[in-house]
Design a protein around this ligand. Structure first.
Ligand code: NAD
Length: 278
């Protein structure tokens, strides 16, 4: 009986050790992340997820200064808000420099800010000023992020990760919103090119494709209030249910695992297969 009990305890301890090790596997221990467009929706959920799962620090960068308290509400000493407008080319460099000077290095850059254009914007009523605005926020922001984040990662010898939030419209037509579709498609070229060029430094560049995720952005795009949005999405999705910003946050965290060192240049979708058009 004594031998049996001893064996039982040893097996128990081994199982407990394996379980604890598995819990640590996808942890973001010690990582410093910058989340652009982190004051609400997907960005806010990602910042929160990173802090709650071991990240050393998160910088939230956004234009919604009225929501800057979100950083303190996530964690008063490990989460910071910085005003950052992605349409201003000069600010990307200083954002990255501020992150590195505050927290020592940068491991994860999540370039997530995005806007949608109102109106249908078909090819027949294509509007260049709307396109320029969408391109500046949805596309050019990623180029600026890759440039400055990758430089900081290389200088710091960090094998980091850079992501863009794209959309399911980044891979196929929605049947409307040509400007938006173009701005999201363009990022694929950047992600593929950058992942190839930065691979030898161990810097991974990937995209997360958001389907219809229940955020204020989606309500604005669908033209409905939050309460109505769920019903609309559920009724028009193949997979019943509405993906949440937390589902996207978990995907970004998953991609950030050091174990996924060969996952580069991919599109990972979080999607309920909404039947477009809106
Ligand atoms: P959201 O509106 O809740 O968040 C977007 C954030 O980007 C906001 O905090 C906003 O202030 C910020 N932002 C906008 N313009 C900016 C600028 N010029 N500089 C800095 N920050 C700026 O929306 P969300 O749903 O969390 O969207 C996040 C990303 O997901 C976007 O890129 C969007 O295109 C993409 N997306 C979302 C959905 C969806 O269904 N929610 C679908 C497809 C793609």
């Amino acid at each position: 009986i004594l031998v049996w009990l001893l064996e039982f305890h040893i097996a128990g301890f081994l199982a407990l050790g394996a379980w604890l090790a598995s819990l640590r596997e996808n942890k973001l221990d010690g990582k410093v992340a910058t989340v652009i467009g982190g004051a609400s929706g997907i960005g806010e959920a990602t910042a929160r997820h990173f802090i709650n799962h071991g990240a050393c620090a998160v910088v939230i960068a956004d234009i919604q200064d009225e929501k800057q308290n979100v950083a303190a509400s996530i964690c008063s000493d490990r989460c910071t808000y910085i005003h950052y407008d992605v349409t201003d080319k000069e600010q990307a460099k200083s954002l990255v420099e501020s992150t590195v000077s505050m927290y020592g290095h940068l491991d994860v850059m999540f370039s997530n800010a995005g806007i949608f254009s109102s109106g249908t914007q078909t090819v027949l009523d294509f509007n260049f000023s709307v396109f320029n605005k969408l391109f500046a926020v949805n596309t050019r922001r990623m180029a600026a992020c890759v440039k400055h984040a990758a430089r900081a990662m290389k200088e710091g010898g960090v094998r980091g990760s850079i992501y863009s939030t794209a959309s399911v419209s980044a891979t196929h037509s929605l049947g409307f919103g040509t400007n938006y579709v173009m701005s999201k498609h363009a990022v694929l070229g950047l992600v593929r090119s950058a992942s190839c060029m930065l691979a030898e430094d161990g810097i991974r560049v990937n995209r997360v494709l958001s389907g219809t995720v229940g955020t204020p952005f989606l309500c604005r795009s669908l033209g409905v209030e939050m309460e109505e949005m769920e019903k609309v999405v559920e009724s028009r999705s193949k997979l019943k249910g509405v993906p949440t910003e937390k589902n996207v946050a978990e995907t970004v965290a998953f991609l950030s695992s050091d174990k996924l060192e060969f996952l580069i240049g991919v599109d990972l979708a979080v999607d309920s297969l909404y039947v477009f058009p809106l």
